[in-house]
Design a protein around this ligand. Sequence first.
Ligand SMILES: [Zn+2]
Length: 188
Amino acid sequence: MRESIHRLTREHFRDGRMRPSLLDQIQGAAQPDRTGGAAPSSTELKIPVDVGAISLYQDIERVARDDHWRLFKTDQATLAEVIQAFDDVITADELPEWPDHLGRNTDAWAEQIHSYLNPTKPPRRLNRPCPACGQRLHGPDREIALTLYCYADDGTMLKWDQWSVECRGCSARWESDRLEWLSKVLAE
Ligand SMILES: [Zn+2]
C-alpha cells in the first residue's frame, strides 16, 4: 500500500512508536470529547471543538468522496475505505490520469494532517547583543536579533549538536562546535 494512504487510514509506526491513522488523529482532535472518560462536572469547562481540524477533515472528505463517486459510482464506505480504494487505482495501469491525481491528493492530505497536528515550534529568541555586529534588536519592529533554531520541522527538539543560532541583523551564523564558543560569550 502506498505510504501516504497507509498513514492516512491505518495504524502505523512512526518516530519510534505506533500511531493511530492520521484520519483518526484529526477526528480525535476535532472532537476531543469523543474519547469518552468521566462525565465533566458542572463547573468544568467543556473542551471547545477544534474548528480547524473539523474543516480540514471535511475538506478531505468532500474531495475524496467526490473522486470515489466518479471512479466507483458508490458512496457506501467510510472515509478510510474510500481512500484505501484509491490504492488500487494508483497501482492500475489502465487509468492514465487518475493515478497522478490521487497520488498527489493523498500525499497532500497526509502532509496537511501531520503538519496541522504537529505545528512547528517557533525559534527561540536570545535577548543578548550579537557578538558579530553588536545588535540586540533588529528591524522596524525592534525584534530580538539572535535566534536559536532547536526544533526539527516536525516540532521535536533537535539534538544539541544540530542546533544553530543566527543573527537576523547581520546574518552571522553559529552551529556545531562554534555554538559552544557562542554560549560562553553570551553567558559572560
Ligand atoms: Zn549580528
